[in-house]
Ligand binder design. Structure first.
Ligand code: NIG
Ligand code: FE
Length: 405
């Protein structure tokens, strides 16, 4: 029997293989055993699978149905927050100044070292609830506020437990190389990451990806290469924070080693962008980070000119405190001047590529996971047009309604 039929939607939206979105007017989606079994005009879908015979039905009249959003870059597991740094930034302090004074990431590291594993699980579950209400059905969460083997393992265990207990699919990334601990030199710390942390994480099967903050004053290109190559030897796929504040060469490194994604890319040049395209590395742009740091946005038009689809993500962390992919889509349009169609594709199908998901996650087609959102707007263009509010009303994960306003 059909588990769920969403019917009579003003518009059903799904990214196709090209750069466009496919739309169906008066559309429906049927889901069985967690996967999509039919997408099309309501009269066609309902002929074979009448909503009244399904276990559950959603009348989406006047509303838009989209794939569940995929958020491919967050630091959502942490303790405490840094609201006071927000005020300091508004008074003119920079991110790097705050970090150099032992604030920023290092302050969250102190809080996470003190937190219990269960405390971290509870914090993350709360954040996942907020994400879900904004339409996120798959999210990547990084470690990296431990910077020692014990706390990195604690974080990744908390991430695994939150994944088990929450409807959102949580993809775990090990990011021991997120900052250099206060009492160490970068080279000596990289030894620890490679020799102690990575084996402990890999042995416990706690992460799918390995990430590094390749940035002036943090980890050099050579140090980043060492971390990512060691990660790969342990079976973890590489990701990289690249060219955020300075063009250090992180995007080129990503291309050279065939990383799954390269993220931030604010300072990347057209050569860097083509190198990413040739190496099939998915670029991930983070408009919320630029917004919260009041810097320029990444140049989305340069990627578009090179015909390279980008993903977008929230980068949710104590410095960039937004869990909402809806807001990321709005900023992609209003800040990076992306079209609504490109921004939505970036938040769904291309975001799934940044997480190496090849099972149809981020799309709505036969056999893709039954993950969708129903938004209270008449078509997808209205989603970023009506910014600053939550347009998502209902969220479905694997065919089950997991959030309803
Ligand atoms: O992607 N750049 C490094 N990591 C995060 C910030 C984490 C933090 O400030 O706590 C980022 O923006
Ligand atoms: Fe990040």
């Amino acid at each position: 029997m059909t588990d769920l039929v969403v019917h009579d939607a003003a518009q059903v939206v799904t990214p196709t293989d090209g750069s466009e979105l496919e739309t169906i007017r008066d559309g429906a989606v049927a889901i069985e055993d967690g996967a999509v079994v039919a997408v099309g005009p309501t009269d066609e879908v309902a002929r074979e699978r009448p909503p009244e015979n399904a276990t559950a039905a959603i009348d989406a009249s006047g509303k838009t149905v989209l794939p569940g959003f995929v958020d491919p870059h967050t630091h959502a597991s942490f303790a405490g927050d840094r609201a006071d740094e927000f005020s300091a930034k508004l008074r003119g302090a920079t991110y790097q100044e705050i970090l150099a004074e032992g604030g920023g990431i290092l302050r969250t590291v102190r809080a996470v070292r003190e937190a219990t594993r269960d405390g971290l699980v509870q914090n993350l579950l709360q954040q996942l609830d907020v994400m879900l209400a904004s339409g996120t059905t798959t999210v990547e969460v990084k470690s990296g506020y431990g910077l020692d083997v014990e706390t990195e393992v604690k974080m990744l265990e908390a991430i695994a437990e939150a994944n088990d207990r929450h409807p959102i699919d949580v993809v775990a990334t090990f990011m021991g190389a997120h900052a250099v601990p206060e009492d160490m030199e970068a080279d000596a710390y990289v030894d620890r990451v490679v020799e102690e942390q990575l084996p402990a994480i890999a042995e416990r099967g706690l992460a799918e990806f390995c990430d590094v903050f390749c940035e002036a004053g943090v980890f050099s290109v050579e140090q980043s290469r060492r971390v990512l190559e060691a990660g790969r030897e342990h079976g973890l796929k590489p990701k990289i924070h690249a060219d955020e504040f300075e063009r250090l060469g992180g995007a080129q490194l990503a291309a050279e080693i065939g990383a799954t994604s390269a993220d931030h890319l604010l300072q990347s040049t057209t050569e860097d962008i083509s190198a990413l395209g040739e190496a099939n590395v998915t670029p991930v742009l983070l408009p919320g980070t630029a917004f919260s740091l009041a810097t320029d946005y990444a140049d989305a038009s340069a990627f578009e000119a090179a015909d390279i689809p980008v993903a977008i993500a929230t980068d949710f962390n104590p410095n960039c405190y937004s869990q909402s992919m809806e807001f990321a889509i709005e900023l992609a349009c209003n800040g990076m001047r992306m079209s609504p169609a490109s921004a939505i594709r970036s938040a769904t199908a291309t975001a799934a590529e940044a997480l190496d998901r090849t099972d149809g996650t981020g799309t709505l087609q036969v056999d893709s996971p039954g993950d969708l959102v129903v938004a209270g707007v008449p078509d997808y263009e209205h989603l970023p047009y009506n910014f600053g509010v939550r347009n998502v009303e209902t969220v479905v994960k694997g065919g089950e309604v997991v959030h309803r306003d």
